[in-house]
Design a protein around this ligand. Sequence first.
Ligand SMILES: Nc1ncnc2c1ncn2[C@@H]1O[C@H](COP(=O)(O)OP(=O)(O)OP(=O)(O)O)[C@@H](O)[C@H]1O
Ligand SMILES: [Mg+2]
Length: 267
Amino acid sequence: MAMSANIMNASQQPLLRAQGLNIEIAGRHVLEQIDLDLMRGEIVTIVGPNGSGKSTLLRALIGAIEPTSGHVRQASGLRIGYVPQRLHIDPTLPLTVRRFFNLPGRHSRQAIDDALARAGIEGRGETPMTGLSGGQFQRALMARALLDNPDVLMLDEASQGLDQTGTADFYRQIEEVRNTVGCAVLMVSHDLHVVMRAADRVICLNHHICCQGLPEAVSAAPEYRALFGSVDEEALALFRHDPHHHPHGGHEHHGAEFHQTEHDDAQ
Ligand SMILES: Nc1ncnc2c1ncn2[C@@H]1O[C@H](COP(=O)(O)OP(=O)(O)OP(=O)(O)O)[C@@H](O)[C@H]1O
Ligand SMILES: [Mg+2]
């Protein structure tokens, strides 16, 4: 029995591992010496300025881009649901959510309905894609990525175009998906202050990994502050409160509510 390909299948082994990953495109270093492990069930958020290599990193991790040097290992049989940064649907196309989900491969009615429910847009199968609101559209993309029960859900700026409440709502949904489906989540986000708290671990990327660790530690790190400034407490309050209740000022929250895990310490 061939064991070597399965060495990453034990529960404490990463689902995905990048080691010494370098990517050069047109003679420019887009990614330098990236080491990254993604463990089962964790939510990892990648933040970084425009052009810092975030999308390139996701594409390298799913195997769509060949590294210049270093390597990416996936646990054997790993299923990844990937939501790309840009997806344009021709607005004149009469495409329902259900038909969109059946492109290219067909899925059972039940599987589609379950995925829609998990993404928080139950019963939307017959709605035209172009008839969805921005938030519903992003949820539909997430539902589609959940169809094959992925081990890893990857989202590249999936909350783009949503307002702060919509974003907070969307990230709660992601957390719920992680809890019910049990998949790991690796996402790229620009909604720094809101989203950081939804993650177990944050990776700050600027071609190389500037810093990483628990959200609190990363937001306090000088490398992070040099890129993004300090944390917007009001946006954080919005995330922590029930999105259906509007926050009344920013003084109800305390650091003790933060969701902490025992992953890497910040460096
Ligand atoms: N196929 C390509 N051809 C040429 N340059 C590329 C290609 N893909 C990426 N790049 C370059 O690599 C750099 C990183 O791009 P990438 O899309 O990964 O950044 P990003 O962090 O996702 O940015 P954004 O926040 O704007 O989405 C950019 O300078 C980009 O122009
Ligand atoms: Mg990008």
